[in-house]
Design a binder for this molecule. Structure first.
Ligand SMILES: [Ca+2]
Ligand SMILES: [Ca+2]
Ligand SMILES: [Ca+2]
Length: 314
């Protein structure tokens, strides 16, 4: 398991299903009949939970020349500062390597983003802070600073640039979807969570399915008020509990479940028989991939052994 990734399995449904079936066979009471009915109709789906740390973050500072950024800083900012030094908008960028943490074919069920707030303006009123899916790739240079960032360096995202100093956003301030994926009221200090929302689930599923288009979220604060800017911990902060984290609950297909109904039963065995080629029998058809359990391009007795291990009954 790679650093920064925490996995937690939850196959309770599967274990319950199997245990209830065994008990039912043994005692056969009417009460158990009800349990059995539930067990038989509940799909056997194993949910897994993974928590990952952001692998890239930065701040866009509203400037006319893209001269400020914060690629390596320990905080990123969202909101509006001023008026003492002039009003300035700040937007955070935050990316997580979803496809690197989830197995192929994972279906995302829920998503929660947790951020640690370290820096808040004097306004005691909570600021609504929203996530939007970013539409273009962006970078993280070595610029470093706090509220005002530092001079932009090569590869930094800035108000004008996706990659300073040569690659630009279509729209100054960043290209991101107008749709709000989630919004949370952020107060003065502590941890704040976003989600789960259907929009966040859709974003993370999109990043799982199309990792080349994973450009993360823009974190957009209250841009209408004064001194609303909030500073959140980045992945550069040397304080593990404060790191920006994304917790994803997902499910994966049950091995051998050819009809995708959440179990492995006689109907799936029927597919095995139809697809049987024997050792080295060649690449089975696409519909036979589900019973090529060892993924070696044939359907043989080795696959049957694994299919039996997965058998749950219908
Ligand atoms: Ca960063
Ligand atoms: Ca099945
Ligand atoms: Ca095989």
């Amino acid at each position: 398991m790679r650093a920064g990734i925490r996995h937690r399995g939850n196959c309770l449904g599967k274990r319950l299903h199997v245990v209830v079936r065994r008990v039912c066979r043994r005692i056969g009471t009417s009460a158990c009949f009800v349990l059995c009915a539930v067990s038989f109709t509940e799909p056997v789906v194993c949910a897994e939970e993974v928590t990952i740390v952001a692998d890239r973050d930065n701040t866009l500072y509203e400037t006319s020349d893209g001269s400020r950024s914060n690629g390596a800083g320990i905080l990123f900012f969202a909101g509006r500062s001023g008026p003492s030094s002039g009003f300035q908008l700040k937007r955070g960028l935050l990316r997580f390597d979803v496809a690197g943490a989830l197995p192929a074919g994972a279906e995302v069920q829920s998503v929660v983003l947790n951020l640690k707030l370290f820096n808040s303006g004097p306004a005691t009123v909570s600021s609504l802070t929203a996530l939007h899916r970013v539409l273009g790739d962006w970078g993280e240079g070595t610029s470093n600073g706090l509220g005002s960032g530092g001079p932009s360096t090569a590869g930094d995202a800035t108000w004008l640039h996706r990659f300073y100093p040569t690659v630009f956003w279509d729209t100054p301030g960043g290209d991101y979807a107008p749709l709000v994926s989630a919004a949370t009221l952020v107060g003065d200090s502590g941890f704040f969570a976003w989600g789960s929302t259907p929009e966040m689930v859709a974003d993370v599923q999109f990043w799982q399915d199309q990792p080349e288009s994973n450009f993360g979220w823009a974190v957009v604060g209250d841009e209408g008020g004064q001194r609303t800017a909030k500073g959140f911990a980045t992945h550069e902060i040397e304080d593990d509990p404060s790191l920006p984290r994304l917790t994803i609950v997902y499910t994966t297909a049950v091995p051998g479940d050819c009809d995708d109904d959440g179990d492995v039963d006689v109907l799936d065995y029927a597919t095995f028989l139809e697809c049987f080629t024997g050792v080295g029998g060649g690449q089975p058809g696409e519909q036979c991939g589900c019973v090529d359990m060892d993924d070696d391009g044939d359907v043989d007795l080795h696959d049957l052994g694994r299919l039996q291990m997965s058998f749950t009954g219908g």
